[in-house]
Design a protein around this ligand. Sequence first.
Ligand SMILES: *Cc1c(COP(=O)(O)O)cnc(C)c1O
Length: 370
Amino acid sequence: MIPVVKPLVGEEEQNAVRAVLESGQLASGEMVNRFETSFADFVGAKYAVATSSGTTALHLALLAAGVQPGDKVITTPFTFAATANAILFCGAIPVFVDIEPATLNIDPLAVEAAAQMPGVKALLVVHLYGTPCDMASLTTIAKDKGLVLIEDCAQAHGATFGGRQAGNFGAAGAFSFYATKNMTTGEGGMVVSNREDIYHSLKLLVNHGSPSRYRHEILGYNYRLTEMAAAIGLIQLQKLPLWTKIRQNNASYLTGELKDLKKLVLPQEPQGCQCVYHQYTVRTESRDALAEHLKKWCVGTAIHYPTPVHQQPLYQKLGFVNYRLPVAEKAAEQVLSLPVYPALKNEELRHIVAALRKFGDEEIRGRFLT
Ligand SMILES: *Cc1c(COP(=O)(O)O)cnc(C)c1O
């Protein structure tokens, strides 16, 4: 079986963790500081604060950006639930707007319309699958409407729009280092910002509101990263640029080999962007049949995501029942992610292509080839 995702962790990471364990300094210390500095440098941001997960990074990014109970936050329904859950953690209210059919990212026109609503404070965008959102339009709208812009970069380490890296466009950007992300620390996250006031808030919030030992100025959390995780992160960060290149090469190979399949919609790189292919996600009306077929051919696939967030039981119970977001709802029925990770071997890539083409030619004749 070719799994749909495979984390890459090597001997360097093992040695780094062993060295930390032997040092006796296990909780947030020098490694975390170094990881923060290195990650900020990588993104091209002034500041970075490491957190225990992408979810806690999002929570802190929203809090530090000033999101308060009762505020409305515009966001996408087509994402991992953590994006919207982080809004709920703040006592704020998600306002879901529809996505663009081409990228499956939040639709700037829908954002502009929703921004007219009273009480809208912030805009939380997600660079889904490592495809940057239309940041030219979104930053303009945020500025014109006075919205605080926050980026969920959990799938977009190193992705660029107009030469600028994801995480640099608004008040703060939140990254995840979960095991399946483009780089990992097992669990972990990072908030980046170019604003000193936000950086100071983040430093307090991540550590019980505490600027110095046993002094607590605001209500904060224990969302700190461990030294072991930071040691892994420092090494993964060095490997990330090469891994991103391999992801991009794998994606362009898949696209080259599959682009004649008329009924298969392939991911597109928007003008002026560099996608980092956290996922290579195709769309087809025969999604479930294709997933079944690929499974028989020993190709793992996954659905990102089968249910838009507004249709999740939690959100239905909370009263998000009158939403009709047709592009997101349709995407949830059609998307299928194929393996694209850097550990894929050439013969595995060829096998994935052969398996897909078989579905088109034979199993369900004419599904793809017209
Ligand atoms: C993974 C992910 C998160 C959450 O990150 P964790 O590290 O798993 O908490 C948030 N948003 C998106 C879009 C993600 O893919």
